[in-house]
Design a protein around this ligand. Structure first.
Ligand SMILES: Nc1nc2c(c(=O)[nH]1)N[C@H]1C(S)=C(S)[C@@H](COP(=O)(O)O)O[C@H]1N2
Ligand SMILES: [Mo]
Length: 338
């Protein structure tokens, strides 16, 4: 095994920042031989890489044209303080457009989202393929204000727009062999520079794959998102359609999906395949189960404040959604199935 795991004590300090965690995540990839030393050094010293962490100026992130959506407002979660839109669309993880936080917004603005095809297939009676217009017209859209907790220990509150994955899956009529759901991001190296440049794309294997157990996929919280802040998604957030699973670490919330497949076996997912000891298949947010190289007990909430704003908060089990989801895991040892 190529992955070197330093002793937990070496890094478990209370002032560890998610920026250093993010660099460690890249370091893992580097230790596996994918990144040149220059890439890592570049990420530490380059000014642009750290823009946004050291200033409080909202980036003018997006020139991509989004369209206003019609939706029912979320009345249940209005007490959550939303992360400002400019931060939601400028601080991203979308390795297909670069592994640094600012790169997805910079390198995705010409991404073509129309035409688009999303196929839903596999173990079901009525497989279907949706076109771009279907994504926003097939179901009544709802706003869902959710916390998003990245495995790197930063978090946001995002007003997503979308529909329940359960509603979509019911349309295709899953059969009794459908035990898991596999999701796949577009593979298009010409449009997604990270897919053809290992340094830019963090050296992970593409297409990006994620998966859920069928009951997780059918849980009412599981959202297919087509928008945020009242408009269609910009590319850096996963246009034209992405998954949002709010009780799991952000890497489960796969972007720019072209295929959803009902399958019999647990899918081989991107981060789990890369480092199973660090990124579990379940990836339920769990403050009691640390990542081997950093604590998951707290998180930096991205707010309107700058890097030094007092915004470190305790991480909640299942990211605060335990009431709706804990029952699905009641017979599982969550330290084993992390
Ligand atoms: N295809 C794809 N989906 C992805 C990622 C990615 O690199 N590629 N990053 C994941 C991670 S690690 C996080 S935290 C969220 C970030 O979503 P946001 O940029 O909309 O906040 O997207 C997830 N979905
Ligand atoms: Mo993440």
């Amino acid at each position: 095994m190529l992955i070197k795991t330093p002793p937990k004590s070496a890094l478990k300090t209370s002032d560890i920042t998610d920026e250093s965690v993010y660099i460690q995540r890249r370091q893992l990839i580097k230790s596996m031989g994918f990144l040149g030393a220059g890439a890592l050094l570049g990420s530490v010293i380059s000014k642009t890489a750290n823009a946004g962490f050291f200033d409080n100026k909202d980036a003018d992130a997006s020139s991509f044209k989004t369209t206003p959506l019609k939706f029912t407002a979320d009345k249940d979660n209005v007490s959550l303080i939303k992360t400002p839109e400019q931060k939601v669309i400028s601080h991203n993880n979308f390795y297909e457009f670069g592994a640094q936080k600012n790169q997805p917004a910079e390198l995705s603005q010409n991404f073509k989202v129309n035409p688009w095809q999303l196929s839903i297939s596999g173990e079901c009676d009525n497989p279907i393929t949706l076109d771009y217009d279907d994504l926003t017209t097939m179901f009544a859209l709802e706003e869902r204000i959710y916390r998003l907790r990245c495995v790197e220990a930063w978090s946001m509150v995002v007003p997503w727009i979308g529909f329940s994955l359960a509603d979509l899956l019911k349309k295709v009529a899953p059969n009794s062999s459908a035990k898991y759901v596999l999701f796949e991001t577009l593979h298009d190296p010409e449009q997604m520079p990270g897919q053809s440049d290992r340094r830019l794309g963090g050296g992970i294997a593409y297409p990006y794959i994620e998966g859920l157990r069928i009951d997780e996929a059918m849980n009412p919280l599981t959202l297919m998102s087509v928008g945020l802040y009242g408009k269609t998604l910009p590319p850096q957030n996963g246009a034209p359609i992405r998954l949002v699973v709010p009780w799991k670490y952000g890497f489960k919330s796969i972007k720019s999906i072209v295929s959803i497949k009902l399958v019999r076996e647990k899918p081989q997912t991107t981060w789990n395949k890369l480092a199973a000891n660090e990124y579990g298949f379940y990836a339920n947010v769990n403050p009691a189960h640390d990542h081997p190289r950093w604590s998951q007990a707290s998180e930096r909430r991205i707010t309107s404040g700058g890097l030094f704003a007092r915004n470190r908060i305790e991480t909640l089990p299942f990211n605060g959604y335990g009431e709706q989801v804990a029952h699905m895991y009641k017979d599982m040892d969550l330290t084993k199935y992390y």
